[in-house]
Design a protein around this ligand. Structure first.
Ligand code: NAD
Length: 478
């Protein structure tokens, strides 16, 4: 279904994110017919360039970063015809009237701030000063949204000077992933799960986001951030909220976000012994974190594992274990809901521990499986075995899936539709920092030194101990 017509301005339209994700994504939406044929996309950045130069840049970006659609030469030409370019310095006065002249009346105006957050204020102010943005315009802002509570509050305040909360779309691309939305469909669209979704039946939850890449090329940025700020405060926290939140009364933006906010506010402080920070060492396939970050004395964590609790009735005494790291053994992201053991078995001689585990895979092979116990086939009597009831979305939903939007495309279309459900609200972001800040301040005050781990592993030994101490085990990263 096509969205309403729009003019989308991408500030930072020549940057890495625009070339790698935003424009190839928009091209896919154009091909699918969801982007109206007369919609306009205007790249705006500092480089001096004309429309033809920008179209050539994006042609090359689609060739490099697009998937199968990059062979659609006719489609690319038509899409590039929708592109314009204006040279604008966010902090200067040139280019704004040209931008205003390019924007059409009577269509949705959206502004994607794909630039450093230090420029958000200047952009917001000039959009108003030059009469380009109005009360129905939308702005999209990228991570990082602050580096602590104070800076996030300041950013929120800056944006609030010119835009209402209902106009601000803070992207967390994890929320745009198909599986993440399916998590809500499974929880709230089935009768099976909700009765079991609490401390009576769930032993613990594990969330893992493991990457194989290091920080090569973006080390100087990452070194000031680390896994807590770069991954946990935003992406993992959002996943945790969707798992833990109470059922919203309707699937609408503020109702869903109200419930997520309650989860973040109920998160208990984390004690030092419940956290393991790690940093990767050199191995035969790559340099150490410190070499990648070009900081021989860096104490920044490229890995983090922690255990936390949510102080409410549903989750009383249920630990949430979360971990994320770079240069790990596989690229794999998963949420696992591990149910409690059976209290009693009727099968004589069966001493194995059988557990139901609902595993929600974000990557690879987006999908879910539910581990159930069945009888091992054959004449051996009542021998039990655990097998997955597997639903890999690509298999289950067939070839149409090829056309399914990826996270960025879906979220941009939601901006045009005016649907904020999958975007973070300002108070959510602040609450997440309010929980994260004392943890970071704690390790800074202790001069905590991250534990080293070999690249290509599951992280430092201490992270294993975090669970072993509780008689539990991390799921294998594969
Ligand atoms: P980049 O350095 O590749 O590109 C920056 C863009 O901003 C360029 O187009 C540049 O011309 C423009 N720019 C810089 N200063 C400007 C100014 N004064 N006025 C106007 N334009 C200016 O950066 P990027 O990787 O594309 O990231 C953009 C934003 O998205 C950043 O906030 C980053 O943190 C965020 N982000 C990037 C990624 C990614 O994968 N690259 C992922 C998540 C978030």
């Amino acid at each position: 279904i096509p969205v309403d017509s729009f003019d989308l301005v991408i500030f930072g339209g020549t940057g890495d994110l625009a070339r790698r994700k935003i424009l190839p994504g928009l091209f896919r939406r154009f091909r699918s017919g969801q982007m109206p044929a007369e919609a306009r996309i205007i790249g705006a950045a500092r480089s001096d360039m004309d429309d033809a130069g920008y179209r050539q840049m994006i042609r090359e970006a689609i060739a490099e970063f697009g998937s199968e659609e990059k062979n659609d030469a006719g489609g690319i030409d038509a899409f590039l015809g929708r592109l314009h370019y204006v040279a604008i310095d966010a902090t200067g006065d040139g280019g704004w009237s040209q931008l205003r002249d390019l924007m059409r009346d009577g269509v949705i105006r959206a502004f994607y701030f794909s630039v450093a957050p230090s420029l958000f204020g200047a952009l917001a102010e000039r959009l108003h000063q030059h009469g380009i943005a109005d009360a129905s315009s939308r702005i999209v802002v990228e991570k990082p949204f602050g580096r602590d509570l104070a800076s996030a509050k300041a950013l929120n305040a800056t944006l609030a000077e010119h835009f209402d909360e209902g106009q601000i779309y803070r992207i967390d691309h994890y929320l745009g992933k198909e599986t993440v939305q399916n998590l809500m469909a499974v929880r709230f669209g089935n009768v099976l799960f909700e009765p079991l979704w609490n401390s009576h039946y769930i032993d613990h939850i594990q969330i893992t986001v493991a990457e194989t890449v290091g920080v090569t090329g973006r080390g100087s940025y990452y070194d000031k951030s680390g896994a807590m700020r770069d991954m946990v405060q935003n992406h993992l926290m959002q996943l945790l909220c969707l798992i833990a939140m109470e059922p919203p009364s309707t699937y609408d933006a503020d109702t869903v976000r109200d419930e997520k906010l309650k989860v973040i506010r109920a998160l208990q402080p984390v004690e030092p012994h419940q956290i393991v920070r790690g940093q990767y060492e050199a191995s035969q396939d790559g340099p150490s974190y410190r070499d990648d970050a070009e900081n021989p004395r860096s104490f920044t964590e490229s890995f983090l594992a922690l255990k936390c609790h949510i102080a409410n009735w549903r989750w009383a005494k249920v630990p949430f274990y979360i971990r994320t790291g770079k240069r790990m053994k596989a690229r794999s992201s998963e949420i696992a809901v591990v149910f409690k053991d059976l209290g009693h078995t009727i099968f004589e001689g069966d001493t194995a521990r059988h557990r139901n585990i609902l595993s929600i895979r974000l990557q690879p092979n987006e999908g879910m499986d539910l581990q159930v116990t069945i009888k091992e086939p054959g004449p051996g009597g009542m021998r039990l075995v655990d097998v997955p009831l597997d639903m890999t979305f690509a298999d289950a939903l067939g070839p149409d899936r090829e056309d399914a939007p990826d996270a960025y495309e879906r979220l941009i279309m939601d901006v045009i539709r005016g649907n904020q459900t999958l975007f973070m609200r300002g108070d959510e972001v602040e609450a997440a920092w309010a929980w994260t800040d004392p943890i970071i301040e704690g390790w800074e005050a202790r001069n905590d030194v991250p534990k080293l781990y070999d690249a290509g592993t599951a992280g430092p030994e201490d992270a294993m101990m975090l669970m072993h101490r509780d008689g539990r085990r991390w799921r294998e990263i594969k």
